[in-house]
Structures are given as structure tokens and as C-alpha cells.
Design a protein around this ligand. Sequence first.
Ligand code: RB5
Length: 141
Amino acid sequence: MTVAIGCDHGGFPLKRHIVATLENLGHEILDVGCYSEESVDYPHYATAVCQAILDGNAHRGILICGTGIGMSIAANRYPSIRAALCHEAFTAKMSREHNDANVLCLGARVLGVGIALDIVTTWLAAHFAGGRHLRRIELIG
Ligand code: RB5
């Protein structure tokens, strides 16, 4: 699948590891920046990733900032975007199965690289369960 990925300066060191993992898994990557640890404003990158999904240019998105909180707040402002801030693989899996999360948010200053890559691979492999969960998502709008 095509995965749009974006980060701010706090997320940049982790993004490089995630991009390498996505490449190894055979995914297409749409990297919207940023591209260094120079200070930037995370909402711009949340917008770029969400817009890529809404325009049909990416199936899923990954957003990384220092805590993942700013990115998740920003991404969830967009209709049809369901952004899940995850700190371990179980909630990442459930965010796909029960919430059909189309954006994964990560905190680079919270997670070690190994945990972050476990979250990413688990999240990408998990499938939406549908059924009663679809009804609940539709209630969100
Ligand atoms: C940047 O210092 C930091 O505020 C940002 O990466 C993120 O953690 C915001 O939620």
C-alpha cells in the first residue's frame, strides 16, 4: 500500500527508521517532510499527510512528533481521518480492528526504535473487523 509519512523536528530521527522498515515491507512511501531536525511546526505535516489520504494519494498515514500528541490532535480535525496515538502494539492492532484508524501517530521522544517499529508493522498488518465497529465509526461521522 501507499503510506504517507510526515514528522516534525522531534519526530525526524525516528522517521528514518520507519521509512527503512516500510521499504523493507515493500510499501510505497510518500514522505511529506520534514527532512531535518531544524525546528518546524507539526500542523503543516499533519495537514499534508491527511490531505494525501483524502485526495486518494495514500491509503494510510504515519505522523511522528515528540510526543505524538500534537500530530494526533491536528490530524483528527479532518473529516474521515481517524488518527490513533499508540505507545504499544496492542492498541495499534485494536485501532485498526475496531476503529479503522487510517493514521498512526507516534511519539519519538516516548518510544524506543524497537517498540516503534513493532507498532508500525503490527498496525500495517491489522485489518478492520467491520460489523458493529462500522456502525460506531459511522456514528462519528
Ligand atoms: C516540539 O518541540 C514538540 O512540541 C512536538 O514535537 C510535539 O511533541 C507536539 O505535540
